[in-house]
Design a protein. Structure first.
Length: 591
């Protein structure tokens, strides 16, 4: 039966080529984001061969924008922002303003109208949240002082761009836009007032009603114990609120999704919600970058090479330098100043969203968007070079007397408190069922502090009522285990029966604390061999320990005594370890 396959073909081509180009980009030391953009170029109308449906790609990209903004809202931490507010607010605003003015001046020199020049300046003044955060994650520096400043910095930039997305349509007539609104006789002040009133009304509704109703709804879903339903409820909330905000209040999908994430971020379900939404967010974010690449005309590099170079210079030199100088002026350590400044030397995903809005409002032409896309590709590609030269810049700054006071008299930015911040040298128990709860009782009787990571919401509530540190969520998901402060823990107890979850939890824990001692529960000799091979402190195979315990009792019961029973049990245990080692050497995979 005949049917339209355009959507399937677009998804297959976009995701398939994004994987290929993303993998190739990482192999040569570039961010995967560069590969995603190049995949879009490959299937775009400006390249020969197959051309994907750009209309469908644009709609899929809208979903990507919604989920990206939902993620921004989920990770928006008022506490983190308040901790570094005296640094990131003036710093981010100074950096954005400097680059926006420089971009506006540059476009004016090219003969662009003032409205287009201002829009262009706004488009290039924001850095990529994805690139900045991932660069700190790869270095394991996201929880350092510099990492916290970088995250807060990006939150401020994102909030400014959200405001720009709201105000730009209202300001379009004044800036020379060609949209229908330009022909209306509605006074500008009234248009701005109505727009801001809608935003305030929507914000108030989300604060008064959404802040209570949405977390309550998610909590009810979490009580069912169904991960699928919880994930579905999170996505339904993100998409539903985004669409409802656009239809009822006339605000953008992006703003609606941001507020959806924001109200959920205030509940203790936020980390699990973020972890569940992460896979779909990443997939659609990839399609967003692919669709952006489809709009890029590579010929712009030949038509206007000097303009492209000028934009890249502003983004990769001016903004990092200004940002670092602002941090030094605020008497922050040279190391933090250089690291944060270098991470900001690229054009971000909000630039593409704002450029698309500018074209729809008549405030930017296709040529201007191509220049922005070209500069984005080059700046993201070359950004790792800035990270490589930061140690030399740090040494150079440290050797200059004029910066010594800023280095010696200031301390690192305080790290935001986590739910386990009061614990140190503690144990972490992942899974608080029959096994984990007994371990918890043993630790409690020994007066050893511990934190629990558990997916049973009611169990988490009971533990908290008893005064224990309990985190709700899947410890194998990014951001969940981190709440238990593994970097300060002495012991990790993986009591969950899921072998795949156990492997991931061990990997994450060692990323935070390579020296942490680990004991793992397993039900497979293959998993036992794997954990012993990677140096886990103790691996307990349930069936084996059960059999040895019963064998010990049987031998004692038959009159051979405890010493004889201990000898037999230890011999069997050693023989089992020897067999596993022999299989590892021979390359044989056990069950």
């Amino acid at each position: 039966m005949p049917h339209d396959t355009a959507l399937i073909v677009t998804l297959a081509a976009g995701l398939g080529l994004a994987f290929v180009f993303g993998w190739l980009a990482t192999r040569v030391g570039l961010p995967a984001l560069v590969g995603y953009l190049l995949a879009g170029v490959a299937v775009g109308p400006f390249s020969p061969g197959f051309t994907a449906d750009i209309g469908l790609a644009g709609q899929l990209a809208e979903v990507g924008v919604i989920l990206l903004m939902f993620g921004v809202g989920l990770h928006f931490s008022v506490r983190d922002l308040l901790n570094v507010r005296r640094v990131v607010v003036p710093g981010a605003l100074a950096g954005m303003l400097t680059l926006a003015l420089a971009g506006t001046a540059l476009a004016s020199l090219w003969g662009w109208p003032l409205g287009q020049a201002i829009t262009f300046g706004l488009c290039i003044c924001i850095s990529s949240t994805v690139v900045v955060i991932r660069s700190f994650e790869q270095r394991g520096a996201l929880d350092t002082g510099a990492g916290k400043v970088a995250v807060g910095w990006m939150v401020v930039e994102d909030l400014v761009m959200v405001l720009a997305l709201v105000l730009l349509p209202a300001l379009a007539p004044l800036m020379g836009g060609t949209v229908e609104a330009a022909a209306t006789t509605t006074p500008l002040w009234l248009t701005l007032t109505i727009t801001l009133a809608k935003v305030v009304a929507f914000s108030a509704l989300m604060y008064v009603v959404g802040r209570r109703a949405i977390p309550w709804f998610l909590w009810q879903v979490a009580r069912t114990g169904s991960r699928e339903l919880f994930t579905l409820s999170v996505l339904a909330a993100a998409l539903g609120i985004a669409v409802g905000a656009a239809v009822a209040f006339g605000v953008s999908f992006a703003l609606g999704a941001f507020f959806a994430g924001l109200v959920i971020s205030e509940s203790d379900l936020s980390h699990q919600a973020a972890a569940d939404a992460l896979p779909l967010r990443d997939a659609f974010a990839v399609l967003f970058f692919v669709s952006v690449g489809m709009l890029f005309d590579p010929a712009i590099l030949l038509r206007k090479p000097l303009e492209v170079v000028a934009i890249v210079a502003l983004v990769m030199i001016l903004k990092p330098v200004v940002s670092a100088l602002v941090l030094l002026r605020l008497r922050k350590p040279a190391r933090s100043a250089v690291q944060v400044g270098a991470s900001l030397g690229e054009i971000g995903e909000f630039s593409f969203i704002l450029a698309g809005l500018g074209i729809s409002l008549g405030l930017l032409d296709v040529e201007g968007r191509s220049l922005i896309l070209a500069a984005a590709l080059l700046s993201i590609s070359f950004n790792p070079l800035l990270a490589r030269i930061t140690p030399r810049l740090e040494e150079w700054l440290a050797s200059r007397d004029q910066f010594m006071d800023a280095i010696q008299l200031t301390a690192e930015i305080p790290i935001a408190l986590t739910s386990a911040m009061h614990l140190r040298g503690h144990a972490i128990i992942v899974g608080y069922g029959r096994v984990g709860s007994l371990i918890g009782r043993a630790l409690e009787s020994s007066r050893v502090g511990y934190a629990v990571v558990e997916q049973d919401r009611q169990m988490v509530d009971r533990l908290r009522e008893r005064g224990h540190c309990a985190i709700y969520g899947d410890a194998a998901r990014p951001g969940i285990l981190e709440q238990a402060a593994p970097d300060r823990a002495r012991l990790l107890v993986v009591a969950t029966p899921d072998p795949f979850q156990a492997r991931r939890v061990v990997e994450l824990a060692r990323q935070f604390n390579p020296q942490i001692d680990i004991v793992v529960r397993t039900h497979s000799s293959g998993e036992q061999a794997y954990f012993e091979r990677i140096g886990v402190g103790r691996v307990i195979m349930g069936e084996l320990e059960l059999a040895l315990g019963m064998a010990h009792y049987a031998i004692c019961s038959l009159g051979f005594g405890d010493d004889a029973a201990d000898t037999v049990v230890e011999r069997i245990r050693a023989e089992g370890a020897g067999e596993r080692e022999a299989r590892d050497v021979a390359g044989i995979q056990p069950d």
